[in-house]
Design a protein around this ligand. Structure first.
Ligand code: KG4
Ligand code: ZN
Length: 329
């Protein structure tokens, strides 16, 4: 069965084609980063307009020359995300499904992120714990089974990726800050600044990053950023790693799950991966990461998830949702 995936929830226009028998046939991601860079963050109106301009070219690339009549279903991201951006993907998907007379499958972007490691590791077994860390979300989910998800921890304020991006801005690094902070941190001393570890010792599995970001703001006042960029990056990243490792250790104990899946854009961070790998050894669970290209937003994960869903009805009503907690799937 061949499923097209269409992703337009934020600042990536992406299309992929997944075959249940042979895996990903083709995939393309067009990133709008250059468009939003000068504003230091995603501008929703510009994002929607750019999805409109790019989606046809991205689609032609993303189906890898396969005859459209050989497609079995069309999946698209229906939320959570920027409403205007989501509507572009939905309208395109609806037009396609109508023209080809094929089923249309609206899917949840977060569910797609935390099932994305199955693309590379089909051997993963339910139940597992998922650490989903992206620019918009920081969630710890008990994935009991397919479509049976319990959110057991989440950020009460900024998402992890958002904190990386805001700290990147303070350190005068390009948007998005995450990969640039990871790079700058390589030459820095992670112990130079003793940044706070918000909620590290709280009884629950919730997270908080806005206090950490504010601590970096104070540390950068009256500083020559160019002299201290590496040390601040390394110390900030160390604080994030410390909090995430502590919460994951607790989450694995609480759920009793034997596997951890890390997903979302921040899962591209090799230092965070190394810290979780150490936990894996010490605590005796197995960690799975999507390939780097499937950590950040992509359509392969949307096509894959679409291939697993049962067909829904009333597809020509709008299904897009800015907010869509995975516990409501
Ligand atoms: O999953 P994603 O592409 O989009 C959302 O759904 O949010 O995640 C983007 C986020 C950005 O905040 C970016 O700074 C962060 O992922 N990110 C990283 C790294 N690569 C991307 N954060 C830390 N280290 C990285 N190497
Ligand atoms: Zn995402």
């Amino acid at each position: 069965m061949k499923t097209i995936g269409i992703e337009t929830s934020c600042d990536e226009t992406a299309v992929a084609l997944y075959d249940s028998a042979s895996g990903i046939i083709a995939e393309t991601v067009y990133s709008q980063i250059d468009l939003h860079k000068k504003y230091g963050g995603v501008v929703p109106e510009l994002a929607s307009r750019d999805h409109c301009e790019k989606i046809i070219d991205v689609f032609n690339d993303g189906i890898g020359g396969v005859d459209l009549h050989d497609i079995d279903r069309i999946a698209y991201t229906a939320g959570p995300g920027l409403l205007g951006a989501l509507i572009v993907g939905e309208s395109f998907a609806q037009g396609l499904a109508f023209a080809l007379n094929k089923p249309l499958i609206p899917v949840n972007h977060l569910e797609a992120h935390f099932l994305s490691p199955f693309l590379d590791f089909p051997e993963i077994q339910y139940p597992f714990t998922s650490l989903l860390v992206s620019g918009g979300h920081s969630l710890i989910v008990d994935v009991k089974d397919f479509e049976d998800y319990e959110i057991i921890g989440q950020s009460l304020d900024d998402a992890v990726g958002e904190a990386f991006d805001k700290v990147g801005k303070l350190l005068q690094l390009p948007y998005p800050g995450g990969p640039h902070i990871e790079e700058a941190a390589k030459n820095g001393d992670p112990m130079k600044y003793d940044f706070p570890r918000p909620m590290k010792h709280s009884d629950d599995l919730n997270l908080s990053f806005s206090g950490l970001k504010t601590a970096v703001l104070y540390a950068t006042k009256d500083l020559n950023i160019n002299d201290e960029r590496s040390n601040i990056s390394a110390s900030f990243q160390e604080a994030v790693i410390d909090v995430l490792s502590t919460k994951i250790k607790k989450a694995m104990k609480q759920t009793g799950n034997k596997s951890l899946v890390m997903a979302g854009g921040v899962a591209a961070n090799k230092k965070i991966r190394a810290a979780l790998d150490m936990l894996e050894e010490k605590e005796g669970f197995k960690v799975f990461y999507p390939s780097i290209k499937h950590c950040t937003d992509n359509a392969a994960m949307i096509a894959y998830l679409g291939s697993l869903k049962t067909e829904s009805k009333n597809i020509y009503n709008s299904n897009v949702r800015a907010r869509w907690p995975v516990s409501e799937i």
